[in-house]
Design a protein around this ligand. Structure first.
Ligand code: ZN
Length: 85
């Protein structure tokens, strides 16, 4: 019954974040596309580890470029993304 689990954002902070976001460029895939699909990857936790009667599947959200199907990685150096081929 904890309604206030999420930190409250004041209207001022929200407005600041909004204007900040508007000045941020869209992140690009290595191929230059800005559009990504949300997909789900799966990991398995062995029942020997989880202590349950079956292995546990853990869905992990990921982003995949709609153009080249490569997974987006925030680890990718921004410089290498901006570079034009
Ligand atoms: Zn791509």
């Amino acid at each position: 019954m904890n309604k206030n689990q999420q930190p409250e954002i004041t209207q001022e902070q929200a407005a600041m974040l909004n204007s900040y976001l508007q000045n941020q460029p869209f992140l690009k895939c290595v191929c230059g596309s800005e559009i990504f699909n949300e997909v789900t990857k799966l990991k398995r936790i062995s029942k020997l580890i989880s202590g349950t009667s079956n292995d546990v599947l853990v869905p992990i959200p990921a982003l995949v470029c709609v153009k080249c199907n490569k997974e987006f990685s925030s680890i990718t150096e921004p410089e290498s993304v901006i570079k034009t081929p």
